[in-house]
Write a protein that binds this ligand. Structure first.
Ligand code: TYD
Length: 136
C-alpha cells in the first residue's frame, strides 16, 4: 500500500438556499463497508493526534467543521493534506502512518472506519511499522 492510493474524495453536495447536504454511501463513494463512526472534537490548539498505522482498517476522514492537517507516510514518502470542507474526505488505505495536527478551534474530525475498534490492528511503534512495510 502506498500513499498514492490515499485520495481526497469529493462527496456529493446538494445545495439550496436552505443550506447544503452531503451524503456518503458505503462501497459507492468510498471503497469499503462502514462498521464504525467516531469523531474528535474539543481538540486543544497545538495537539497532535494519530501517530499510528492500521494493519487492515480502511478509513475516510472528514472535517465536519473547521480544519486540520493530516500527514500520511507509507514508509517511503510523506504527504500533508489540509482538510477544511465538509464535502471532502481523505480516504486512507491500510498500512499508512498518519498524524493529525493544526486543528482549528471548534473543529470536528469525523472518521468512517471499515471495522470495529481493535487494538491489535494498530501499529503504534514507528520503527515496527517501518519493519512491517519493508518486509511486505
Ligand atoms: P487513538 O486511535 O489512538 O486516537 P487518535 O488516533 O485520535 O489519537 O485512540 C485513542 C483512545 O481511544 C485509545 O485508548 C483507544 C480508544 N478508542 C476506542 O476505544 N474506540 C475507538 O473506536 C477509537 C478510535 C479509539
Amino acid at each position: 500500500m502506498t500513499i498514492h492510493q490515499c485520495k481526497i474524495v469529493e462527496l456529493p453536495k446538494i445545495s439550496s438556499s436552505q443550506g447544503n447536504l452531503t451524503f456518503i454511501e458505503a462501497n459507492n463513494h468510498i471503497p469499503f463497508d462502514i462498521q464504525r463512526v467516531y469523531y474528535l472534537y474539543d481538540v486543544p490548539g497545538g495537539a497532535v493526534r494519530g501517530g499510528h498505522a492500521h494493519k487492515k482498517l480502511h478509513q475516510l476522514i472528514v472535517a465536519m467543521s473547521g480544519s486540520f492537517d493530516i500527514v500520511l507516510d507509507d514508509g517511503a514518502e510523506k504527504k500533508r493534506f489540509h482538510l477544511n470542507r465538509s464535502y471532502n474526505g481523505l480516504y486512507i488505505c491500510p498500512m499508512i502512518w498518519r498524524e493529525l495536527d493544526n486543528f482549528s478551534s471548534g473543529s470536528v474530525c469525523m472518521v468512517l472506519a471499515s471495522s470495529f475498534y481493535e487494538e491489535g490492528d494498530y501499529h503504534r511503534d514507528y520503527q515496527a511499522f517501518l519493519r512491517a512495510v519493508s518486509s511486505s
